[in-house]
Ligand binder design. Structure first.
Ligand code: UDX
Length: 437
């Protein structure tokens, strides 16, 4: 078991650090955000992630997990330094790597004995090599270190389970010594026969982008099929179910909706487009996926206008602000596009989300935030269900109908049954099942 320093306590860093401690390693999670570290030290979890607090508490108690702002000391004490800092999209869609260079610099400064620098953040192909060169330049030719790419595939909302039970572990390295150290870090998974992919750094870096772009493509494809279903009177769920029976396709990630959002798919698809361009070729597929996803998000309001043509002065209830359920993350949430567009049309928005209101307020401070779904629907001319939180799956529909001024219900996650909704007297719209009788 290893002494590990994880730099960055965002979703990936915090969950990875905690998971690695749970595997028996000694982990110190560091961040420059003092407030965040103070909160973590007193047991407060800065993100909403089911099950995370329990695993953090148990590893802190076992003295395998600590939090600190002293990055120099944390690096000096550790053999493996994992960079899990943010790589947000820059001006042109390419990943902004400022934080990665900063971690590499502080790593180089504290390099006395052999250490492994592990890149867990999603970074463009070639970054690992550049990190290696930077550290070599700063730490000198006698410095003893390796750089490894170890991409993370966890999903928000199920991050703890995904980290503790991954489908595969990818290790990109040029030195067998570093690969062996990484195998030790993940020893528990190795013993459980989790598939290991050992490869070079560039391949590991590309695996992450290729996986995310493929999943984003799959979602975008079924969204387009759903849009077609609405035009021709077909049911997208039956189409997706039948497609999924083909083992080559698989039924996962074939659920239509208002477009993908979140911290990964939007930024990684945009970054992959740039990576292709830098390599002197184009990805027509990924470029189209980015464009089609933007269109899908914008289309929600067009769909509403089919049910309620003039939105000026109308009150619209929005249920769900996070990009998916079980997270407070609102990055690239389709709700942002929908709400902005409703406001442009002159509509007034009443919205509710079980956990993401505070995050949403940072960008939309002046919206009318309500304390539950029913308050949001009160007096509204229509309701749009944007995120499939469990509490929106079991709404008292009789009550919702009474509260709405007109019973218009646009269900962008296809939570409800179109036939039943119509029988209940709703004017009901969905994605890919609108004309199902
Ligand atoms: C994703 C990848 O799944 C994960 O492996 C990677 O490490 C990070 O990016 P995440 O963004 O947390 O994880 O959530 P995910 O469950 O993949 O959903 C992403 C988006 O796609 C959400 O907006 C979700 O609503 C949407 N989605 C997903 C669909 O619209 N349909 C689907 O069938 C699946």
């Amino acid at each position: 078991m290893k002494r590990i320093c994880v730099v960055g306590t965002g979703y990936v860093g915090l969950v990875s650090g905690t998971g690695l401690a749970d595997f028996g390693n000694h982990v110190v999670c560091v961040d420059i955000d003092k407030d965040k570290i103070e909160r973590l030290k007193i047991g407060e979890i800065p993100i909403y992630e089911p099950g995370l607090k329990e695993v953090i508490d148990r590893n802190v108690q076992a003295e395998r997990l600590r939090f600190s702002t002293n990055i120099d000391k944390a690096i000096q004490e550790s053999e493996v330094i994992i960079s899990a800092v943010g790589t947000p999209p820059g001006e042109g869609g390419e990943a902004d790597l400022q934080s990665v260079w900063a971690v590499a610099t502080v790593f180089a400064k504290n390099l006395k004995d052999y250490k492994v620098f592990v890149n867990k953040s999603t970074v463009p192909v070639g970054t690992g090599r550049k990190v290696y060169e930077l550290i070599r330049e700063l730490a000198g030719h006698n410095a003893s270190f390796d750089v490894v790419s170890n991409p993370e595939f966890l999903r928000e909302g199920s991050a703890v389970r995904d980290f503790l039970h991954p489908d595969r572990v990818v290790i990109g390295s040029t030195n067998p010594k570093a690969t062996e150290i990484m195998k030790d870090v993940y020893k528990v998974l190795y013993l459980r026969k989790t598939p290991y992919i050992e490869t070079n750094i560039e391949t590991a870096e590309l695996i992450k982008y290729a996986s995310n772009a493929f999943l984003a493509t799959k979602i975008t494809f079924i969204n387009e099929i759903a849009n077609l279903c609405d035009k021709v009177g077909a049911d997208v769920h039956v189409v997706a179910e039948a497609m999924g029976q083909d083992g080559r396709i698989s039924p996962k990630f074939l659920h239509p909706g208002p477009g993908y959002g979140g911290s990964c798919f939007p930024k990684d698809t945009m970054a992959l487009v740039e990576i292709f361009k830098e390599a002197g070729i184009r990805s027509r597929v990924v470029e189209s996926v980015v464009e089609a996803n933007e269109h899908q998000k914008a289309m929600v309001v067009d769909r509403l206008k089919e049910l309620l043509p003039d939105l000026k002065g109308k009150v619209i209830a929005i249920l769900g602000l996070s990009f998916k359920p079980n997270t407070n993350d609102t990055r690239f949430s389709p709700s942002k596009v929908v709400i902005s567009s409703l406001m442009k049309e002159g509509a007034r928005v009443q919205c509710y989300d079980p956990v993401a209101i505070n995050d949403f307020k940072r960008e939309f401070p002046d919206l009318d935030y309500k304390k539950n779904a029913y308050d949001a629907c009160k007096g509204a001319d229509a309701v749009i269900l944007m995120t499939e939180w469990n509490e929106f799956r079991g709404l008292d529909l009789g009550e919702i109908k009474k509260l709405l001024k007109t019973p218009i219900f646009l269900d962008t996650r296809n939570v409800y049954d179109p036939k039943e909704m119509r029988e209940r007297g709703f004017t009901y719209g969905s994605i890919g099942r609108t004309f199902i009788r």
